[in-house]
Design a protein. Structure first.
Length: 286
């Protein structure tokens, strides 16, 4: 894989379009800026804070010397209707142009608490997991991903919540049974990884398997806080992965860009099939 120096000199092929979700702060904003600086022609960023979003947009234009077409789309992805509305806004901004790179950096970290949204699901779970599933599903089902396009989830792969109940994905019953906050935080982290790993391995749509190659890239602090902190200020790494023509057959990657395996629960095809159906029902996507 290319070094940071070579990527700094690298320019993407002309005409590339990217969507970065959760791009008003942190790694999402950094990835959007890096895409602009290496020649991405069009970058749409999605976030809730318009003021911060416009700051990122202005910086993207500076880095690209005003060459990038950069747009901010405001959206609330903490509930299903909000996710669909956000997608519709992005779709409208695209004007049916297909997307080459979709990078999802939205953050609903485990907290050991469960705050329910209007759908009756955990707000953090919806932001961290449901929105990634539903946005990827909507882009694919509306044929808005280019041939060879890539979807990247910047999240934490490879953990397994072996007791996952698809009828209690928000872990409400687990919490009601007196689970401590510390242990519930661990459960939520494992649950998030399990669901997203499962989604990544499902191939129900003709585009799904090809577009979801190499998508999970972990910036988790679980492996090493020092490495993670360093990686957060190196957005060239996910952009490097997006730009690479061939990363092999892996779908999951750790902090050192080494392939990871999915967890035990997600490795079971029967589990994945049931979960997929449940997610479609939960999000009204049937």
């Amino acid at each position: 894989m290319e070094s940071k120096r070579s990527l700094d000199d690298y320019q993407l092929p002309p005409g590339k379009t990217a969507v970065v979700v959760g791009a008003t702060t942190g790694i999402g904003a950094a990835v959007a800026r890096k895409l602009s600086s290496v020649g991405c022609s069009r970058v749409i960023i999605l976030g809730r804070n318009e003021e911060r979003g416009m700051e990122v947009i202005n910086r993207m234009k500076q880095l690209s010397k005003e060459k990038v077409q950069a747009d901010f789309v405001k959206g609330d992805i903490s509930y299903a209707r909000g996710i669909k509305d956000a997608f519709d806004s992005i779709k409208s901004a695209l004007s049916d142009v297909q997307v080459d790179y979709i990078v999802m950096c939205q953050n609903g970290p485990p907290t050991g608490t469960i705050n329910l949204n209007e759908d009756g699901e955990g707000t953090g779970f919806t932001i961290q997991v449901i929105s990634r599933f539903l946005l990827a599903y909507l882009f694919a089902s509306h044929a808005l991903i280019s041939q060879g396009g890539k979807v990247m989830f910047i999240t934490n792969p490879g953990l397994s919540y072996d007791g996952l109940d698809i009828d209690d994905l928000s872990l409400k019953k687990v919490a009601e049974n007196g689970r401590s906050r510390v242990l519930l935080t661990v459960d939520q982290s494992e649950r998030d990884s399990t669901v997203l790993d499962s989604v990544t391995l499902v191939s129900h749509l003709s585009l799904w398997d090809s577009m979801l190659q190499k998508v999970h890239y972990s910036y988790s602090t679980n492996d090493s806080l020092n490495i993670s902190s360093t990686m957060f200020i190196q957005p060239h790494i996910p952009v490097q992965m997006l730009a690479s023509a061939d990363l092999g057959q892996g779908k999951f990657w750790d902090l050192k860009l080494k392939p990871k395996s999915p967890g035990k629960w997600a490795s079971d095809r029967g589990n994945r099939e049931k979960l997929w159906d449940k997610l479609l029902t939960m999000t009204g996507s049937r």
